[in-house]
Design a binder for this molecule. Structure first.
Ligand SMILES: [Zn+2]
Length: 266
């Protein structure tokens, strides 16, 4: 039995990120989600029984379009989906679906798109054609532009719930301290986060960047300006990069304390 991707009566988003470290899992989720978006059933979707579901799940639905990095002459993967491939989707999305209410475009390895391809993608997401939906498969959604992420609903597959919850709580505390903007709030945050290890700190920054994407997409509750969200996203991205090259957690947190409140000082 297929998983349920859209509950009965749930309004579909026009864009999703299917995020999972496992390529198989995110492909499976993307196919299930595409089936749900095209399902003709009235209850939970995909129903798995309607004509559309049978075609989707058999991989032969004419309104599901796959876009993947092209292979080079040796059969190895190219570096990423190109801007030309995205432009082809822009053109194709203007054409009416074959039989369903919409077309679903699945972008495999969407996180390998370079900035120009992502910017073309962003334009598509900003003004999506009525009869098109997009599923971006990503092993590492942080490689997508925050402006792209903010326009997509995030579907995390096989997220490690036990690791995720503390990470979200820590990210909340960090964003609260940064939102407060005072040195005292930052000092208190530094003290509370003092014994975090690299793994926990990386998970915290990942969760914080997801929270910022929610803020940018109007789904957050912190009332941060778009400019502030983008500044903080950049800062957290730098912190993540530092942690990846084994910079000490304390050092990185020092960077957050120093840089974090700069934009608030006029
Ligand atoms: Zn169905």
């Amino acid at each position: 039995m297929e998983n349920v991707y859209l509950k009965s009566g749930e309004r579909a988003s026009h864009a999703y990120i299917a995020a999972s470290p496992s390529g198989d899992e995110r492909e499976r989720a993307a196919r299930g989600l595409a089936a749900a978006l095209l399902c003709e059933g009235a209850g939970d979707r995909p129903c798995g029984r309607c004509r559309s579901c049978r075609k989707s799940l058999a991989g032969i639905h004419p309104d599901i379009v796959s876009i993947a990095p092209a292979l080079d002459a040796e059969g190895r993967k190219k570096r990423g989906i190109t801007v030309d491939q995205v432009r082809a989707v822009v053109a194709d999305a203007q054409v009416m679906p074959n039989e369903a209410a919409r077309k679903v475009y699945i972008f495999h390895d969407a996180d390998t798109m370079n900035p120009s391809a992502q910017n073309a993608m962003l334009k598509l997401l900003e003004e999506p054609p009525e009869s098109a939906a997009f599923v971006l498969c990503a092993g590492n959604p942080q490689l997508l532009l925050p402006t792209v992420r903010s326009r997509c609903a995030m579907l995390r597959i096989n997220a490690d719930a036990e690791e995720d919850e503390p990470a979200r709580a820590a990210a909340g505390a960090l964003l609260d301290a940064l939102g407060d903007g005072s040195r005292r709030a930052m000092l208190e945050w530094s003290a509370s986060a003092a014994d975090m290890d690299v793994r926990a700190a990386s998970a915290m920054f990942r969760a914080a960047r997801e929270a910022l994407a929610d803020e940018l997409g109007g789904r957050g509750s912190r009332g941060l300006s778009a400019r502030r969200c983008l500044e903080l996203d950049k800062l957290f991205s730098r912190c993540t990069a530092y942690l990846q090259v084994n910079t000490g957690v304390k050092h990185v947190f020092g960077l957050v304390s120093v840089s974090g409140d700069l934009p608030e000082r006029k």
